[in-house]
Design a protein around this ligand. Structure first.
Ligand SMILES: O=C(O)CCC(=O)C(=O)O
Length: 266
């Protein structure tokens, strides 16, 4: 397919701070991505990088995610139960352990707390964790992607049609803030293209073959130190490999529930 006309709204908004209209535009699909350069100071990124050296990092489940992606803190997708929902025993154990370890790490400023505070201020209401049966889901995974990530989308309501969260999520956003970045490669690629049932014929491991996005309008976003990026992950996205230095981000999803109060999880 060849793109013949462009969606003039599918652009990168570069701003000094998050604002409610930009968050709403991403949720509505009338913006491409929002990035905030210098969201975290370089010194705070360096402290975070030092702190994570002592955290127990694991890789995403290799049977699902074929390239090596490391994380600290549970990501829901790694704890899916065979019949839907999460494998509660494993997920809550990992959640409790990770929270305790993170609290003990005593990192100040805490990039997760800073991020939630800024986004909450922009939205006009504090952001709470999404809950499962009343228990707070984990949010704020530290993620290291050096070998790239396949074209994929994230949409919790589609991945868990039997309502995983207590909140009914009407739109989902992905938040990343980079605490160390490579000098080349590692671009986030974001296409103006949502999943269609026929895409299932193009499945590849946890994602899709590149041809599902061929010819579609695209943003290419190199990761920059301390920069925050917010986008709607229902749009197909991928990460380019980076040959050299590490690419590490704090990452979580934001959901816009029917109550209007944003909820987060990883
Ligand atoms: O690391 C990135 O650039 C994006 C990672 C990703 O797939 C996501 O945040 O949903």
């Amino acid at each position: 397919m060849t793109t013949t006309a462009l969606d003039l709204l599918f652009t990168l908004v570069e701003a000094r701070a998050f604002i409610d209209r930009d968050i709403a535009a991403l949720a509505a699909g009338t913006a491409g991505a929002v990035r905030i350069p210098g969201f975290l100071a370089a010194a705070d990124c360096a402290c975070a990088v030092e702190a994570i050296e002592n955290l127990p990092v694991v890789t995403y489940a290799p049977e699902r995610v074929t390239v090596k992606i490391s994380r600290f803190g549970p990501a829901l997708n790694d704890y899916r139960a065979p019949k839907g929902g999460v494998d509660a025993d494993r997920y809550w154990q990992a959640t409790d352990e990770s929270r305790a370890i993170w609290t003990r790490s005593g990192l100040r400023p805490d990039p997760l707390a800073v991020s939630l505070e800024c986004l909450g201020r922009a939205w006009g209401a504090a952001i709470s964790p999404a809950t499962i049966g009343g228990r707070a889901a984990f949010g704020g995974t530290l993620r290291e992607i050096n070998e790239g990530a396949l074209v994929h989308f994230d949409e919790v309501e589609r991945e868990h049609p039997k309502a995983l969260f207590d909140q009914a999520i009407t739109a989902q956003l992905a938040f990343n803030v980079w605490i160390t970045v490579p000098s080349s490669g590692g671009k986030t690629r974001l296409w103006r293209r949502r999943w269609h049932p026929t895409d299932e014929a193009h499945r590849e491991a946890y994602g899709y073959r590149r041809d599902v996005v061929d010819g579609h309008q695209e943003l290419r976003l190199p990761p920059r130190l301390g920069e925050a990026l917010l986008f709607n992950p229902a749009n197909f996205h991928a990460v380019e490999p980076n040959p050299g230095d590490r690419r590490v981000a704090f990452a979580f999803f934001l959901g816009l529930p029917s109550t209007g109060h944003l909820a987060y999880w990883s």
